[in-house]
Ligand binder design. Structure first.
Ligand code: ZN
Length: 112
């Protein structure tokens, strides 16, 4: 079904891609997918105010965001802890209480 490599740690075949990282759902191991993206892409992530964002940062959502497939929206002012920056259109990977795993755009958050 997929041509992703098995997890190098536990050999799980249920690996999936998040940005240019591969993630194993069984042991939570993450590693970079060597085909394609160089280790250091030179990309930087900035919040709505132009501050640099880093993995593990806590950010605040600055406006109400509609959630696909949900009738509720993420309210402006919602704090999002432990973000992960990914190289995608929605470039922040995170978990939001009540919504679960989400991807946000860095232009709609501000470093807390
Ligand atoms: Zn694994």
């Amino acid at each position: 079904m997929s041509d992703l490599p098995n997890c190098p740690k536990c050999n799980s075949e249920y690996t999936y891609e998040v940005g240019h990282l591969l993630t194993c759902p069984e042991c939570a191991h993450e590693w970079s997918n060597s085909k394609g993206f160089p280790e250091e892409a030179g990309r930087v992530w900035r919040d709505a105010n132009g501050n640099l964002l880093q993995d593990g940062d806590t950010v605040t959502v600055i406006k109400d965001l509609k959630v696909k497939g949900s009738s509720s929206a993420i309210k402006g002012g919602t704090k999002v802890k432990n973000i992960r920056l990914i190289d995608a259109d929605h470039d922040i990977d995170c978990k939001i209480e009540g919504f679960g795993a989400m991807q946000l755009k860095s232009e709609f958050v501000r470093k807390a």
